[in-house]
Design a protein around this ligand. Structure first.
Ligand SMILES: Cc1cc2nc3c(=O)[nH]c(=O)nc-3n(C[C@H](O)[C@H](O)[C@H](O)COP(=O)(O)OP(=O)(O)OC[C@H]3O[C@@H](n4cnc5c(N)ncnc54)[C@H](O)[C@@H]3O)c2cc1C
Length: 379
């Protein structure tokens, strides 16, 4: 089968997800304006298998996240943060942890959020100061995290802490634990520009006790390596969602320029307008191709940080370009909250920082490329 046919059959298999996305997209404007949490959509998201999808073909996962991004970006962080826990348990959990947690997490019966960023450390995760130490068979954790999405509604949090003494050395001193909702306090919600349907919060948990069975992989000091692996899948998800936002902005712009006339003709017949539309289309096509390619490579296992970072960089740029171009083509009304253009732009801005800023990911791609890594020889 050629790549195109494989993608077609994946898209066909995702028809129920696309139907769901179409329905959500038709209400996204009103739901986003209301700013409420989409609790009413969770049962259908569970039924569609969205919470365990990262455990299968990552191209299907990427296409599904793209559909969520096309529908309403607020749904994406709920699935993406949770998928970090599913991925981590599946690939780094002990057999007992996999048996206990995967049936709950992969079905979405329990939802997890992801606690990495701290007031003093975001891009540089090795600088986190949340800590854990052993006491008998248990671990005592003290946690301060910020910008944690879904922190009010999730049942669990996969949390990165410094598990040995300060001098144990950056990456080797970090561990991942799964903690329960009643163990952390939401200090406050952070008002933000976009993704208004899901909360992003500052949280804390002081001197909480967790069993040794909550340490992912049962061996301390592996958290950084584990989360870097999961973040590759996170970058794929965010890149795919960026393609989705860009697609939504593109098609809203197409509708608008078809129905709006100026200087005696529909805007869609103006050569410059078509040039602007073509710029959106080509960037989206390039980003989508790269996301699927990165997903295919990650499907084969191993480290694919450069490919997933490249996909995130290109897709984030495509989304910002599409959202600003669509707003421009929407004219004055494009700037108002009467139409979808403003929401697309507010949502697309998440890709500037979320799941790694482009200016943090670029040096990573540059370092891997200049090292002449054989994995990247296909480029
Ligand atoms: C809406 C939203 C939701 C989020 N949800 C979560 C979540 O659920 N869980 C979670 O753990 N985190 C979450 N985050 C945090 C996000 O992952 C961080 O914002 C991101 O990793 C960047 O970290 P920072 O904000 O500390 O930026 P900083 O590290 O302070 O960096 C600021 C800027 O400096 C530049 N910069 C930094 N380092 C370099 C470098 N080495 N080279 C070049 N430029 C550099 C970049 O432009 C970067 O954007 C969320 C963020 C947002 C906006």
């Amino acid at each position: 089968m050629t790549g195109g046919v494989v993608i077609d059959s994946l898209v066909e298999g995702l028809a129920p997800v696309t139907a769901f996305a179409d329905l959500v997209r038709s209400h996204a404007h009103e739901w986003d304006a209301a700013g409420g949490y989409p609790a009413h959509l969770l049962p259908q998201m569970r039924e569609l298998g969205l919470f365990g999808l990262c455990g299968g073909d990552l191209r299907a996962y990427a296409l599904a996240l793209e559909e969520m991004g096309r529908a309403w970006l607020s749904l994406v962080p709920i699935v993406n943060a949770h998928s970090s826990a599913v991925w981590t348990f599946e690939h780094h959990g002990t057999p007992e942890q996999r048996d206990r947690w995967l049936p709950l997490l992969a079905t979405g019966a329990r939802l997890s959020c992801l606690g990495l960023t701290e007031p003093g450390a975001g891009s540089d995760l090795q600088a986190i100061t949340s800590s854990g130490h052993r006491e008998g068979d248990d671990w005592i954790l003290s946690i301060e995290k910020t910008l944690i999405t879904h922190a009010e509604h999730a049942d669990h949090m996969l949390v990165l802490v410094r598990s040995e003494g300060e001098d144990a050395g950056g990456a080797r001193a970090l561990s991942l634990f799964l903690i329960d909702r009643e163990q952390w306090v939401v200090e406050r919600r952070l008002p933000k520009l976009g993704t208004l349907g899901v909360e992003t919060c500052r949280i804390s948990a002081h001197t909480i006790t967790v069993g040794a069975d909550r340490l992912i992989g049962a061996v301390p000091g592996r958290g950084f390596e584990q989360i870097m692996d999961a973040l590759e899948v996170g970058r794929l998800a965010v890149a795919a969602a960026a393609v989705g936002v860009a697609r939504s902005a593109l098609w809203r712009a197409v509708e608008r320029v078809r129905e709006r006339a100026a200087f005696g003709a529909p805007l869609s017949e103006n050569a410059l307008v078509r040039h602007r539309i073509a710029g959106m289309t080509t960037r989206i096509a390039a980003a989508k191709g790269l996301v699927l390619l990165a997903a295919e490579r990650k499907n084969g296992g191993g480290r694919h940080d450069a490919e997933t970072a490249a996909a995130k960089i290109v897709a984030a740029e495509a989304a910002m370009h599409a959202a600003t171009t669509a707003m421009e083509l929407g004219g004055g009304m494009g700037y108002t909250e009467e139409l979808d253009f403003a929401r697309h732009l507010r949502d697309a801005a998440l890709f500037l920082a979320g799941e790694g800023a482009n200016s943090v990911l670029e040096p990573l791609v540059g370092a891997r490329t200049t090292a002449g890594e054989p994995d990247l020889a296909w480029i």
